[in-house]
Write a protein that binds this ligand. Sequence first.
Ligand SMILES: [Ca+2]
Length: 265
Amino acid sequence: MQRLSWLLVVSLLVLAVVCTSNLVTGCKAEQSGTEPGDVIVNSIGMKLAYISAGEFEMGSPLDEEGRQGDEFRHRVKLTRPFCIGVTEVTQSQWETVMGYNRSNFKGESLPVEKLSWREAVSFCEKLSEKEGKVYRLPTEAEWEYACRAGSAGAFGGSGNIDDMGWYEVNSEGRTHPVGTKQANAWGLYDMHGNVSEWCSDIYSADYPEGAVADPAGASEGTYRVMRGGSWSSFARGCRCAARNSAPVSYQFIQTGFRVVMEASE
Ligand SMILES: [Ca+2]
């Protein structure tokens, strides 16, 4: 009888360990993302989509309408998966982390704007400390990969800028709450228009001539990249491949950002 009791206790212990490890595995998968489309939510309510490593054609074809000379098409490989903000950083999220809000158009769910590249980097550093994860600005290549979400055309998603973004024709001269136009194929909103978005790269008009892996921009220079166009841009400035840049201290009422959280592989 005593042996039976011991067997029962041991069995229950084994069962408990198995159940706990399953829970931990499930929780980890939920937190770090396992496949494209998986969305996690951090402590300030920011949603981030898991993006797999992969390859794509960065830049535009010669016959794309509105094309500029700094969009040389070349093969880019991204060797690491990453999580990227499903939306631009909102004023509510910004204020929670930074304690102030200088945006021109005021509203909790509006994208934060009128912030310098340096301030965007500072936000990422503070958020990293708060969350215990590595947050940073996307590289220009990560940004375009995420914007295209598998599309080779001028615009992601439906391919129609009017469906996808707030820009000069439909914005009525202001920003709009994030996530109110259609998402692209990877569930990301406002990659075209609303606010243009700071990236980490130092801008260079010359892309690499051949295939590259994990490009991170020029090694020297004073201009940082901004992507996606804004509420005040024409359609051509909102294309996946369209590039813009400004010095690190400049603040525009057209420019905000979204974050990348580094993902476990
Ligand atoms: Ca945008």
